[in-house]
Design a protein around this ligand. Structure first.
Ligand SMILES: NC(=O)c1ccc[n+]([C@@H]2O[C@H](COP(=O)([O-])OP(=O)(O)OC[C@H]3O[C@@H](n4cnc5c(N)ncnc54)[C@H](O)[C@@H]3O)[C@@H](O)[C@H]2O)c1
Ligand SMILES: N[C@@H](CCO)C(=O)O
Ligand code: NA
Length: 438
């Protein structure tokens, strides 16, 4: 059979990896897919730069329309990134009856509902394994491998840049700003690292994963998002002494009243495998009723690790592109007419346990007042640690660290407001959520 023809939009880090992996492994890929997969044309801004990757045999165009309206092309890969151009081109490709493969989590998190609806209407596939945790086949696992299960929760390290920064902060005892500079120098963090460090990239990914796990629409706009920019080395060190590691987790969990969807720095018991995922690596923990807890670990970014997922999607699409659309795997794992309207819970209704650090005056009765407020709010204390600080202008200060049992966030907010108002609490209270993940 004649090779299936692919148009590639964007040939940067992931685009060039995709081209190279496809070419290097073409024979293996052909044996798996049942026919060859060939890059027909590449859309790039600079023909010269694209030629450096693809050589002279592949057509390079500077007008995307030459790909989208070409009847010889069956599949379009979008690897430009961002919202506007990517969305226009993906919607045009779908309208032209082409299957789409994309690594663009930002696009799917924000416009997924519209894109999937358009694809369904046209009977084409939109495949996006590379969009979440790069090369780790987590979309495949959730959509296909775990379909027997009722999924209870998912917690993942799904942003490599922030995991690298947190690993460095812990290993070297440095504060956030210092490590960010180092990460940028080493090329881990982008020149504008906002989406990574503010948790937005992880929220894009967890919104996609949540939809597939629970059979609800992608609802990034309802996610609670908190990044790592305000974290201090002192809290990483105190948490370590109490047996916890700090990770930026994307978490989604089924509750009786709705679905939790959140990204924030999270303390995890040091003995958990996921707590020991270091550097830029990713890991996703899935808890489901039949299989129990399973962990998916690997490279969440990089040219060829991400291309691994893009090419796997190409193989899937090649195998299924002549199949009746009803026989394909639904975009969000559940049949589209079976998606649920379960609400996403506001953060005030989320249930977690907490780490609190209070800088207090070292006086009689201070601790009693603090624990009194927690008791009044029905919040139970799990562990308590007191560390003296240097005396400052004659006043003796101390750090009090409190680990609580689970409580609803709204109640913790009330307790923190009351504690913060005490004259003996000398600095803003640090609060970090904690998850046992068992
Ligand atoms: N880099 C990774 O490790 C990684 C991992 C997972 C997902 N992704 C996603 O993959 C996508 C691509 O990321 P990347 O790292 O390869 O980015 P990149 O910046 O290296 O590549 C993007 C390419 O698109 C081209 N481009 C931008 N605007 C264009 C336009 N208007 N017309 C034509 N070409 C244009 C750029 O010139 C560049 O070659 C993004 O959606 C990203 O979020 C990347
Ligand atoms: N910026 C992302 C790239 C992969 O999506 C990360 O750091 O993980
Ligand atoms: Na993936």
């Amino acid at each position: 059979m004649k090779p299936i023809q692919v148009g590639l939009l964007g040939i940067g880090t992931v685009g060039s990896g995709t081209f190279n992996v496809l070419r290097r492994n073409q024979e293996e890929i052909r044996r798996r897919a049942g026919r060859g997969i060939e890059i027909h044309s590449v859309f790039a801004r600079s023909i010269e730069r694209a030629r450096k990757v693809v050589g002279d045999d592949v057509k390079v165009v500077t007008d995307a329309n030459e790909i989208i309206s070409n009847p010889e092309i069956d599949i379009v890969i979008e690897l430009i990134g961002g919202y506007e151009i990517a969305k226009t081109l993906v919607m045009q490709a779908i309208a032209a009856g082409k299957h789409v493969v994309t690594a663009n989590k930002a696009l799917l998190a924000v416009h997924g509902t519209e894109i999937f609806a358009a694809a369904r209407e046209k009977g084409v596939m939109v495949a996006f394994e590379a969009a979440v945790a790069g090369g780790i086949p987590i979309i495949k696992a959730l959509r296909e491998g775990l379909t027997a299960n009722r999924i209870e929760w998912i917690a993942g390290i799904i942003n490599g840049t922030t995991n690298f920064i947190l690993s460095e902060m812990r290993a070297k005892g440095l504060d956030f700003a210092v490590v960010l500079k180092e990460a940028q120098r080493l090329g881990y963090a982008e020149a504008d690292p906002t989406f990574d460090i503010e948790g937005v990239d992880a929220a894009h990914k967890v919104a996609i994963v949540s939809a597939i796990a629970f059979g609800v629409p992608v609802q990034f706009e309802k996610a609670y998002v908190e990044g790592i920019t305000k974290l201090q080395a002192a809290d990483i060190s105190y948490a370590e002494q109490l047996g916890y590691r700090l990770k930026l987790l994307g978490i989604t969990r089924r509750r009786d009243t709705g679905i939790e969807l959140r990204v924030h720095p999270t303390l995890v018991p040091s003995k958990r495998l996921i707590a020991n995922v270091e550097g830029a690596m990713n890991a996703v923990l899935v808890h489901a009723d039949a299989v129990g807890t399973s962990l998916y670990y690997g490279k969440g970014a990089g040219s060829e690790p991400t291309a691994s997922a893009v090419v796997a999607d190409l193989v899937d699409v090649t195998r299924l592109h002549t199949a009746d659309p009803h026989h394909r795997v639904p975009h969000l794992a559940f049949q589209h007419d079976s998606l649920a309207t379960t609400p996403i819970l506001p953060i005030e209704e989320v249930v977690t346990s907490f780490y609190l650090r209070l800088q207090v005056a070292d006086q009689a009765g201070v601790l009693a007042r603090i624990t009194g407020i927690l008791a009044e709010k029905g919040i139970s204390i799990d562990a308590l640690l007191q560390r003296p600080q240097d005396a400052d202008e004659g006043q003796s200060k101390t750090d009090v660290i409190i680990m609580t049992h689970e409580t609803v966030e709204g109640r913790m907010n009330e307790a923190i407001a009351l504690m913060q108002a005490l004259p003996t609490v000398l600095a803003p209270i640090v609060r970090i959520r904690k998850e046992e993940l068992n």
